[in-house]
Design a protein around this ligand. Structure first.
Ligand SMILES: NC(=O)c1ccc[n+]([C@@H]2O[C@H](COP(=O)([O-])OP(=O)(O)OC[C@H]3O[C@@H](n4cnc5c(N)ncnc54)[C@H](O)[C@@H]3O)[C@@H](O)[C@H]2O)c1
Length: 274
């Protein structure tokens, strides 16, 4: 069978466990023949590393995959990551950015009460990291005559979604980054797009109050009346990584059961009843 990503090398950042959107994307890309590298966030108990190692082993021989620690707030880990990618792979075709963080406190406070430090942290981890990673990936993509950078966003940008607060501001900045990087890197045939996914139950999403209401609402009123799965997001990422999307850049592609076309998002009243 012809596989869409045969011969492509993809670096996936942001697998925390089997519920991670990054894991859905990894599985879809693996099915389509991509070679994969993963990163994990180091923490004292090494739980995330163990999770990623276990998951990677389900795809095949662990030796066929690259695995590195990376914290996007620490330039030295990013430098080390791309040094190894260069020495192992020589080039890179796809970078998948599935990284976001905001303090739970800053998600749950009213928008006007977000702390200065919390706002900065959400911006740095969830938005500025795309700049840093794109800057490091671009020379490696150049080696391959171009590439595809894919980021994950959520539509709390055009519409206010109660409970998203600091992360909404970060996603707005991330989407701006997608457009500016698309313009800049387009000259090197590097495409930059974001997937705006509907609400999915993941570790990070558990910090967002009202996720259940958003998922219920998606089932009840979205055009497709169904919540999106990891595979739905993964398949769109495959398209964006593949040559099928050769002329597609600077976009936010909604994989959200059509929710974004509706006039109203989940109501504040419904959210208050959580
Ligand atoms: N779950 C949803 O409903 C939803 C919807 C739309 C978009 N998204 C986006 O999808 C992406 C993936 O999130 P997810 O929902 O799969 O949750 P997740 O918790 O599985 O993934 C988030 C990842 O970010 C990583 N991360 C956080 N801080 C980091 C740092 N400083 N350095 C390196 N990595 C760091 C975590 O280790 C984790 O692997 C995020 O950008 C998220 O905003 C999620």
């Amino acid at each position: 069978m012809n596989r869409l990503l045969a011969g492509k090398k993809a670096l996936i950042l942001g697998v925390a466990d089997k519920h991670s959107i990054a894991w859905g994307i990894a599985q879809a890309m693996h099915d389509q023949g991509a070679s994969l590298a993963f990163t994990y966030q180091e923490e004292p108990k090494g739980r995330l590393e163990r999770n990623v190692r276990k998951l990677v082993a389900t795809l095949g021989n662990p030796e066929d995959f690259l695995l590195f620690p990376c914290d996007v707030t620490d330039d030295s880990t990013i430098d080390a990551l791309f040094r190894v990618i260069r020495s192992e792979w020589k080039g890179l075709d796809t970078l998948v950015h599935c990284i976001a963080f905001a303090d739970r406190d800053d998600l749950n406070k009213p928008f006007s009460q977000i702390s200065r430090a919390g706002y900065k942290l959400a911006m740095e981890v969830s938005a500025y990291s795309l700049n840093v990673l794109a800057r490091a990936a671009a020379p490696l993509m150049d080696e391959r005559g171009g590439g595809s950078i894919i980021a994950l966003t959520y539509n709390a940008v055009e519409k206010a979604v109660p409970g998203y607060n600091a992360m909404a501001a970060a996603k707005a900045a991330l989407e701006v980054g997608v457009r500016y990087l698309a313009v800049e890197l387009g000259l090197s045939k590097i495409r930059v797009n974001a997937i705006s996914a509907g609400p999915v139950r993941t570790l990070s999403a558990s910090a967002v109050k009202g996720l259940s209401a958003l998922r219920r609402w998606t089932e009840e009123v979205s055009p497709l009346r169904e919540n999106v799965t990891l595979a739905d997001v993964g398949n769109t990422a495959v398209y964006l990584a593949s040559d099928l999307s050769r002329m597609v850049t600077g976009n936010v592609i909604y994989v959200d059961s059509g929710t974004h076309v509706l006039a109203a998002q989940v109501g504040a009243v419904e959210h208050r009843q959580q």
